[in-house]
Design a protein around this ligand. Structure first.
Ligand SMILES: NC(=O)c1ccc[n+]([C@@H]2O[C@H](COP(=O)([O-])OP(=O)(O)OC[C@H]3O[C@@H](n4cnc5c(N)ncnc54)[C@H](OP(=O)(O)O)[C@@H]3O)[C@@H](O)[C@H]2O)c1
Length: 283
């Protein structure tokens, strides 16, 4: 079996690559820029920008299974080429945001939903099996606070009491490993959460305790926050995030045990994630 792992410079893709290679599974590491990769010995690399369909034929040649990042722009071409190459299973890194009633109108959820639908249609047509991994908020989102914490500045938050279910990238990668290597797990959607619902204030308190650095929330208005991110975040995305945080303000996120069911161990805590990434929050 050969598994194509897309997005290998990403945190989930790179962790999955190590797991598959460690298990002796033949793996091809794909990236928009494969020259940046340092794959394990014996792992081939290939260029695969999911927004450039000219890369698909070479990337998919001889591949049985794919770990796919959710880039919707050329998903139909990807599906056609996967079918032509004889791919039997595609495991998608989707998002729990697809489950929201307004997912098709939400710019963050919409691309994930479009890719899920394209894969589901192909699967219903007998092209290959499709598995959707739907994680909630990544613990790595906390890295956006690193510059403020390392500079001993407060972290500006429009909704300090908004809840998330931070999930460790290793748990997402291990869940992907499970569905890629255990055929009976294929063909389903898996809602993955971290083990606890924590608001941003609680996440900062854990970061402070684990790293020894002050990590203080400072409430700002949604308008102030939008202005502060305007240089690098499109307005539609900023609005989608604000709306998501507002809807989770003071409202714990329902949790699942799916990580444990897929990986055989409980999901890692945010404190464990903070310990693994503590250096990013220290000057
Ligand atoms: N942040 C969250 O809370 C959250 C929640 C649910 C789901 N997600 C999903 O998880 C993804 C982030 O995963 P991560 O933590 O591993 O990300 P990451 O460490 O930020 O890496 C993102 C990787 O995605 C790959 N990628 C992006 N656009 C691509 C394209 N056009 N073609 C091929 N690969 C592309 C790139 O890999 P290469 O540079 O190697 O090509 C990039 O390095 C999000 O994009 C989203 O789909 C995130």
């Amino acid at each position: 079996m050969t598994v194509l792992v897309t997005g290998c410079r990403g945190r989930v893709g790179s962790a999955l690559l190590e797991l598959l290679h460690g298990a002796g599974i033949k793996t091809r590491a794909a990236s928009k820029n494969p020259a940046d990769l340092s794959p394990p010995d014996g792992v081939d690399t290939v260029r695969c920008d999911l927004s450039d369909p000219t890369h698909f034929e070479a990337a998919l040649d001889g591949v049985d299974s794919v770990f796919l990042y959710a880039e919707a722009s050329h998903i139909d071409a990807f599906v056609s080429q996967a079918r032509a190459a004889g791919v039997r299973h595609v495991a998608l890194l989707s998002s729990s945001s697809v489950l929201a009633p307004d997912a098709a109108q939400n710019p963050i959820a919409a691309s994930h939903l479009a890719v899920e639908r394209a894969l589901a249609t192909a699967a219903a047509d007998g092209a290959f099996e499709a598995t959707h991994l739907q994680p909630g908020a990544f613990a790595t989102n906390a890295l956006q606070w690193a510059w403020a914490i390392t500079a001993s500045r407060p972290v500006e938050l429009p909704y300090p009491g908004s809840h998330g279910d931070p999930i460790h990238e290793k748990d997402v990668a291990e869940a992907a490993f499970a569905v890629l290597t255990e055929p009976r797990l294929r063909g389903s959607s898996y809602l993955l959460t971290g083990p606890e619902s924590l608001d941003f204030t609680a996440q900062l308190a854990i970061l402070a305790e684990v790293t020894g650095q002050a990590a203080t929330p400072a409430a700002v208005t949604p308008e102030q926050w939008k202005k502060s991110v305007a240089d690098y975040l499109p307005e539609t995305f900023a609005d989608a995030l604000l709306s998501y945080w507002a809807s989770h303000d003071g409202r714990p996120v329902p949790l699942t045990r799916t990580v444990e069911e897929l990986t055989g161990h409980p999901a890692r805590t945010f404190a464990e994630w903070a310990g693994d990434h503590a250096d990013a929050f220290r000057p």
